[in-house]
Design a protein around this ligand. Structure first.
Ligand code: ACO
Length: 333
């Protein structure tokens, strides 16, 4: 049997507290209309005090394992930009709480591109013979790092988690990951960052001031980079696996802004209707965005077994990545 990585289960969750656009209107001099028309977002979900990324990751992980009909894996890879603590990594705690004691578990830090990086890493361990079954999770409590006074970012993000199970299988099985394209450009790291709290700042000898501990983003510049990079990366991937662009049934792009999804569709020459839109319900959930969108599309019948799916993500780093598969017959857990 060949050593392809095959998606055999998927699960997703968002915390129960829903926050509509109106919640920001007065405090941030914005409006539901501005947010809807400039981003496509109508609402997002946010954690309550005391809930952290691992809590979301455990629930999504449970659902993915249930969907795959499995209770054991060889490895847990967790993509997150909002770990429970600066250290240790969050994945070992998630693995323990899932009853997967002593399996290797680690975090991947590639911000919004994290899930695609985690998928590639997990698939690599299967291909190399290191593992046969991997739980890959993207989870974020992103609301916890947002500056409540910054209307350019506070309105965009939400919390949630999505997970998939990958298993060793034949390369022609539905669900087999057929290829990846990954890239980064650290020369533009300052477009998306938390400036305080890391060694660059802490080598000065003090913990971060409150005003340097928040997430920052130069939205307009990021918009252009996101559209161009996701389009280029998707094109490269499709060429590698020999899929004509028109053969792609569903484009599952990082859910940052519906205008970016439309721009990418236009740039690669795919009808806009083939781009899955989930950000209207959950906002930008960073590393959780792609698995949440996949689970939503599968649960609502937008994604059907046999569909050719191209995914592409972009975010802080800058880092971006794309992956492709034929959608398998899985029921979200
Ligand atoms: N409400 C009302 N007005 C606003 C708001 C708001 N919430 N936010 C910004 N504005 C104003 C600005 O102040 C500006 O006013 P000015 O012209 O008087 O200066 C005006 O709207 C236009 O601002 P822009 O930043 O140019 O607005 P734009 O249309 O680009 O939308 C947005 C901003 C939504 C942030 C957009 O740039 C965007 O989606 N960027 C990409 C985000 C993204 O892709 N992120 C993915 C990576 S994130 C990660 O990795 C974690």
């Amino acid at each position: 049997m060949s050593r392809a990585a095959v998606l055999t289960g998927i699960g997703a969750m968002v915390p129960p507290r829903e926050v509509g656009n109106d919640a920001f209107a007065e405090r941030l001099a914005t409006s539901d209309e501005w947010i809807r028309t400039r981003t496509g977002i109508r609402k997002r979900h946010m954690v309550d005090p005391g809930t952290s990324t691992s809590d979301l990751a455990v629930e999504a992980g449970q659902r993915a394992l249930k969907s795959a009909g499995r209770d054991q894996v060889d490895l847990v890879v967790l993509a997150t930009a909002t770990p429970d603590y600066p250290l240790p990594g969050t994945a070992p705690d998630v693995a323990s709480r899932l009853g997967l004691d002593h399996v290797p578990a680690f975090d991947v830090a590639a911000v919004c591109a994290g899930f695609v990086y985690a998928l590639a890493t997990a698939a690599g361990t299967i291909g190399a013979g290191l593992t046969d079954r991997v739980l890959v999770i993207g989870a974020e409590a992103f609301s916890t790092i947002l500056d409540p006074t910054d209307r350019g970012t506070a309105i965009l993000f939400g919390d949630g988690a999505g997970a998939v199970v990958l298993e060793r299988g034949p390369a022609d099985a539905p669900g087999a990951l057929l290829g990846f394209d990954l890239g980064s450009d650290g020369s533009m790291a300052d477009l998306i960052m938390i400036p305080g709290g890391g060694s660059r700042q802490r080598s000065g000898g003090a913990p971060p001031d409150a005003d340097r501990a928040w997430f920052t983003m130069q939205g307009r510049e990021v918009f252009g980079q996101a559209a161009t990079r996701m389009a280029e990366s998707t094109r490269t991937l499709l060429k590698t696996i020999d899929w004509p662009v028109e053969s792609v049934d569903r484009f599952v792009g990082h859910q940052a802004n519906v205008r970016i999804l439309h721009a990418v569709s236009d740039l690669i020459g795919l009808p806009r209707e083939r781009a899955v839109v989930h950000l209207d319900q959950v906002g930008n959930t960073s590393a959780a965005s792609i698995p949440l969108a996949l689970a939503h599309a599968a649960a609502t019948g937008q994604l059907l077994p046999g569909h050719r799916v191209a995914m592409s993500a972009f975010g802080g780093g800058l880092a971006w990545g794309s992956a492709a598969l034929v959608w398998p017959d899985v029921v979200p857990g």
